[in-house]
Design a protein around this ligand. Structure first.
Ligand SMILES: [Zn+2]
Length: 76
């Protein structure tokens, strides 16, 4: 029954491989989400993770600087 055993082993190997790929995908999505959450002030280059905490200091620090479009809709 060497053949059958080999088949099982190769199936197990495949399952392991697929699990590894899934893990990597999840990691990439997390990294992408994290990157999307970081806003950089166009004036002083301050980086903040949340637009709500970003909008207020930006408005008070640089009142004459127009808000970036992605923050214009944010309700602080
Ligand atoms: Zn700033």
């Amino acid at each position: 029954m060497a053949c059958r055993q080999q088949e099982i082993q190769s199936q197990q190997k495949n399952a392991k491989k697929q699990a590894g790929q899934k893990k990597k995908q999840e990691h990439d999505q997390k990294a992408a989400a994290n990157a999307a959450l970081i806003y950089t002030c166009t004036v002083c280059r301050t980086q903040v993770p949340d637009p709500k905490t970003f909008k207020q200091p930006l408005e008070s620090k640089h009142p004459k600087t127009p808000l970036p479009p992605e923050l214009a809709d944010v309700q602080a």
